[in-house]
Design a protein. Structure first.
Length: 701
């Protein structure tokens, strides 16, 4: 066995300060630092330009070796962008063509500003679900405002926003084009606000706010989002139209209405859904996932199912003969740019903040995961700015809010994309789709898209399987997961976010409140100190107790600190009270001895036991290595504990104190009443000092 022998002097706080003086560091003001950073030069201007437009550096350093990897990744992912773009646009409550726009433009803008070669920044199911909520709420308000204005109201709608360059006049009602225009306007405004929030967070370097979202909260919320997404597709699977429910309990209301009209089920839609789900699952799970290492390119089963089902539906005339719902008209070409209508911003701001946080949370986590896999680095702040600018610029081109999609991002990573230029083949493919190919999918059954969306949520729903592991690791994380999930499902997603984050923050306080101090002892005669309760063969010193508090000491747990040290070591107030009883008993005995009375047996036993307790502990060493922070309440409680033990002649020593901890005690004037000689470098120093003091006392005696 290898042995380690060390030899050094005993260090107190004063000895350390005298031998190793603290260097005074002059802190510059924020204004001075900012002034030094704000200077112009050609080199600095070029550096700022490259950091803001990473595409410049990528193009400048692009190699021929990158072409194959970028081309294969771009073309393969294109086959997923098309069907998922159509599906998630329908999920967002918008016509399918808007999903094509929200694939083309975000990919184009992210290529200019993004730093991750793997992030597929386009339509996302979770974001689309929240967009659906906003869109449906605004449509309800829009209809109410028009109907309240009177039965003979004439409404003018600009048809160039939808299809041809003509003007549509609607009297005594609300046209479908009018509703679509309102939905598009709402989605564009949401995209602009989400982008504005993300850009602001990036410029102000506020990405640290994500630390308040625990993994258990994210897991519970995304699972609930998956349930919401699948549930929103269930009516399409059955071919039943249900009302647009909003607010708390909308999922419950939807299922009640669905099962109330279950007799209206279109059998053809159910059959198509079952077949599509089965085929997609079999290929993805049994072929693509199992043969992942052998196949250079996975089978684009989503695209295959879309193409085949569209052809069958078109030639068999599913809509006419079987009553199957289809996508319908997909206009060709791009809509002219338009300024988002921000007059609705106050009504949708909260949902936009939620989408911005989710976009940042989902995308940056995927970017970091793929970067770690390929041993690369990404610029977090530039990524946030890229997400924001992409959403802002896309909002002028009829796009709804975007985010990274896990399936397409991980596919880019698996295929070995080299740079962000891998999106160029996808952009060209989507360009052709919007101009011409998109019209070929007019006969695509809605139930096929519902099946695709359902299968895409597989991994989110399967997160329920993580619950046993989370329970074993941390019970509070388990509770956070359950609360986030079930509040989101049974009430609504926005309430689930509030409940999840609130309980996540509360759990920190709870953990500190219930955190316990421990007694530690010496492992034999070695300079190793371990938990007395959990370890065997740990030596407890005869008249010394070593107490370790395992969290920062602040207002929320200052009372717990005192309770723990009194319970684990000894309560000085009880000791004082017992000592007083002992004194009274002695006085009574002395008075009775004059009358030749016998000493009461119970008082004698009490005196002996209390005498043993009082003489058992002379020193308490408080190990402060885990107290990284102490506030005013903590200082007050620590001073009170020292004072109470001093009143019963028990001496306190502090060890393993951080410099910040000691600076705070010094500023608070603690060392005016508590000697700095009682603060030692570590536990061994305090033990050696105590043993030498006891030896000196024995020699003098």
């Amino acid at each position: 066995m290898t042995e380690l022998h060390t030899s050094r002097r005993i260090y107190t706080k004063d000895k350390l300060d005298s031998l190793f003086e603290v260097q005074e560091t002059r802190k510059e003001s924020h204004f001075t630092t900012l002034r030094k950073q704000c200077y112009c030069s050609k080199r600095r201007t070029w550096k700022c330009l490259i950091s803001f437009f990473p595409i410049i550096k990528i193009v400048k350093s692009y190699k021929k070796d990158y072409i194959v990897g970028d081309l294969i990744a771009g073309l393969t992912v294109s086959f997923m962008h098309l069907p998922q773009g159509l599906a998630f646009s329908v999920l967002a409550g918008l016509p399918a063509v808007f999903g094509l726009y929200t694939t083309f433009f975000p990919l184009l803008f992210y290529t200019l500003f993004g730093t991750s070669p793997y992030v597929a920044f386009a339509t996302n199911a979770v974001i689309a679900l929240i967009v659906q909520k906003i869109v449906l709420s605004e449509v309800v308000l829009f209809k109410s405002s028009l109907l309240d204005s009177g039965p003979n109201t004439t409404v003018f709608i600009n048809m160039s926003d939808i299809n041809n360059n003509s003007l549509n006049l609607v009297t005594n009602g609300i046209s479908e084009y009018d509703i679509i225009a309102n939905k598009a306007s709402t989605a564009m405004a949401a995209s602009f606000l989400v982008g504005l929030i993300l850009t602001t967070l990036g410029l102000l370097r506020l990405g640290f706010l994500l630390t308040y979202m625990s993994e258990s909260f994210i897991g519970g919320f995304t699972t609930a989002a998956g349930i919401h997404i699948v549930s929103s597709q269930v009516p399409k699977m059955f071919g039943i139209e249900v009302s647009a429910h909003t607010g708390a309990g909308k999922l419950v209301k939807m299922y009640i209405e669905l099962f109330s009209n279950i007799e209206k089920t279109v059998v053809s839609d159910v059959v198509i859904t079952v077949i599509c789900i089965t085929v997609i699952l079999v290929v993805k799970v049994c072929v693509n996932e199992r043969l992942k290492e052998r196949m250079k390119i996975p089978i684009p089963i989503d695209l295959i199912v879309v193409v085949v089902s569209t052809l069958i539906s078109h030639f068999a005339k599913f809509e006419k003969n079987l009553g199957v719902s289809v996508i319908g008209d997909i206009p060709s070409g791009f809509r002219p740019p338009a300024i988002p209508a921000l007059d609705i911003a106050p009504r949708i701001l909260v949902d936009c903040i939620i989408m911005a946080i989710l976009t940042l949370m989902l995308t940056i986590s995927l970017a970091k995961l793929t970067a770690k896999t390929h041993n690369q680095r990404i610029n977090d702040n530039q990524e946030m700015v890229a997400y924001g600018l992409t959403n802002i610029l896309s909002s002028f081109f009829s796009c709804f809010p975007q985010s990274a999609t896990p399936s397409r991002t991980m596919l880019d990573s698996d295929l070995g994309a080299e740079t962000t230029l891998n999106s160029i083949p996808t952009i060209l493919f989507m360009f052709l789709v919007i101009l011409w190919i998109g019209q070929l999918f007019q006969s695509l059954p809605m139930s096929v898209l519902a099946a695709m969306i359902t299968v895409a949520m597989k991994n989110l729903i399967l997160q329920f399987g993580d619950l046993p592991k989370i329970w074993r690791i941390n019970k509070l994380d388990f509770v956070i997961w359950i609360i986030s999930c079930f509040v989101s499902v049974l009430v609504n997603l926005d309430y689930g976010i509030i409940a999840g984050i609130a309980f996540s923050i509360t759990s920190v306080v709870i953990q500190h409140q219930v955190s316990s101090g421990i007694l530690i002892g010496q492992a034999g005669n070695e300079n190793v100190f371990l938990d007395c309760e959990k370890r065997k063969n740990v030596r407890d010193h005869e008249n010394i107790k070593i107490f370790r508090f395992q969290t920062p000491l602040y207002f929320a747990n200052a009372g717990q600190f005192k309770t723990q040290i009194n319970r684990k070591v000894i309560d000085p107030m009880k000791l004082k009270k017992n000592s007083k009883k002992k004194t009274n008993a002695l006085e009574m005995v002395n008075g009775q001895s004059k009358e030749n009375s016998k000493f009461p047996k119970d008082i004698e036993n009490s005196m002996d036991s209390k005498k043993m307790v009082q003489s058992a502990i002379h020193y308490i060493i408080i190990d402060c290595q885990m107290i990284s922070h102490i506030d005013l309440t903590g200082i007050s409680m620590l001073s009170q504990v020292i004072k109470e033990y001093k009143s019963v002649e028990i001496e306190i020593f502090l060890t393993n104190c951080s410099s910040d901890f000691l600076d705070t005690l010094t500023s608070a004037g603690v060392f005016e009443n508590f000697p700095s000689e009682s603060v030692f470098y570590d536990i061994s120093d305090a033990l050696h000092f105590i043993h030498k003091s006891e030896e000196s006392e024995r020699v003098e005696a």
